[in-house]
Every structure is written in C-alpha cells, then in structure tokens.
Design a protein around this ligand. Sequence first.
Ligand code: PHE
Length: 337
Amino acid sequence: MTGLPEAASIRGEALACTDLLALEEFRLRWLGKKGEITGLLKGLGAVDPAERSARGAAINALRDIAQTAWEARKAELEVIAEQAALDAGWIDVTAPSSARAAGRLHPITVLLEEVIDHFTGLGFEVASGPEIEDEFHNFDALNIPKDHPARDVWDTFYTDRREIPRTHTSSVQIRAMQTRKPPIRVISPGRVFRNETIDATHHASFNQVEGLLVDRHVTVGHLKHTLETLVTRIMGRKLETRFRPAFYPFVEPGLDLDVQCVFCNGVGCSICKGSGYIELIPGGLVHPKVLASCGLDPDEWQGFAFGMGFDRMVMMRYGIDDIRRLYDGRLQLVRQF
Ligand code: PHE
C-alpha cells in the first residue's frame, strides 16, 4: 500500500540490532507512543474514506509484525548477552536471575483439547484407530479403488507387507461406521503420514482432526454451520468464510472451506497469496458408496464429513509460520490471535 513501510524492512531492522539498547530504540521508533505506527494511525483521518479501512488493517498488521520481531529479537539478544557474560568468565552473582520459561503444554495439545471440548459439547465422541492401516480402511471403503489415479493424491508410504501408515484419519470414520449404529457423531484426531518433501508448509507426519455425522436428512447447511462455529471458537472471533467446490472420492458434493486470512484480516498478504482467504477445511456429504461399504443403507442415512489439517489450524491460531517448528523443539510462540 502506498506510503507504508515494508514488513521485510521492519523485520530486518529488528534483526540488525546487535544489543538491547539498539533494540529499545527500534521499539520506540516503531511501537512507541510517538513512534511511526502511531503516527500512521493518526494520519488515517486524512485518508480517503474508501481506502481507510484497508489502510488501517495494513497498518495494524505492520504493528503486529514489529511487535513480533521485537519480541523475538529481544529473546535472542538476552540469550546472547547471558552467553557473553559466561564466556567472559564473570558472573554477577548479585544480579536478579533472568526469567526462565516454565514448561507448558504443546500448542497442538492445547488446541486439540479445545476442539475436543467444542465437539463433545455438540454430542460428538472422540474415536481413534490404528496408525498402521490396511488398504480397505484407508482407501477401498472410501471409494478410492485400487489403480485409481485418486490414490496418488495421498503420497502414500507402504511397509514391506503393504500395510499403510494411514494417510488420513478418514480410516477411523470407516471403523466408526462399522462398529456403531446411526445416528453417529464422531471426531477422529490423530497423526497421519505422507511421503512429502518437508518444508515450511509440508511435513511427512502431521495431525488431522476429521469429523463424521450420520443421521437422517443431513444437508450441506449442517456441515457449514458446524464448521463456521468451530472456526469462530478456535479463532475467538467471527471470520468471513466461503465454500468452494472440491473433489474427494468419499464425499459428494465435496467442498473446501476457506477462512478469511488472519494474518492480514482479508486485505491480502504473502501468506494468503493476495487472495485474503486461507484454505482451511475440506469436507462434504458422505458418498452413498462409502455408507454402503460400511453396511449403511444410503436411502435411509446421509452424513457429512470433514477433515482438517490440524497443524495449519495451530499455526494460524498462534502465528507460527513454519510447520517444522511444531516438531523440532525450537518452538517459540509469537502471537495468539
Ligand atoms: N481425508 C481427506 C484428506 O485427508 C480430508 C477430507 C475429509 C475431505 C472428509 C473431505 C471430507 O485429504
């Protein structure tokens, strides 16, 4: 946006601070009461009303970026200063001890407990199943026949005995339908495995929370409401959502729920690739063939199913921009939305 500083240069400025004094100057310059961002916000009054809200959101996003960069650099510089004192062989035993971060639950655990609480409140139960699956539960029963190209989508690992480290927890939904009588309401959280190249947004092992409801007269409206209330609960506020048609063999119709990007409030940024939306939860109405493969009469029963990549939810909620941080022990929570 015209006349606004670049996010990258703000981050760069924080990183360029080599001691806490310089960092304090950074804080005053950007985040202080008389700082640049306050100045930009004050200047909003003079902006054309048509542009005001987008500009306001962009300035707020910059403030969050400056705040996050400042916190992260501060933590680093404190460690560096402590190390330097140790290296110098001199310790001021009278100095107050630096605060030690206490251990706490992993963000995946924290959010999962909240999601479980949300769904059990709606009458869902938590179902689990084996992490090593057979082809029937992972594929066949889900209307993904052998030799069908759709199977390739899942980048499946196989063991020597052709067992499958499950590629999704949809396998648990099959087990739920085989062992329960409708009406059925289950969620299936768990670890899944895919032969993906690991980078900032992909991992070969990650978590999903899938959900399944089977009853009479189930519609897309039920699915939409369920997912929207879930997003509101997780993000703590109502966000814009939209459904787009999508193909998954086990649902018809298949849909993807997009949610307004929380990093830029829908203005458009590098994380949402300028679209203002993040693709968050795939779902749809359970395919009649899937119901039939579990012994349920599709003329009598319908259902909806959804399956969220849970790590992405956690990343959105806590402002973590690299999925590897969730698993490598270098986790630093930067922001809670
Ligand atoms: N099982 C799908 C996946 O892992 C997600 C999904 C679940 C899509 C339910 C639609 C309905 O990709």
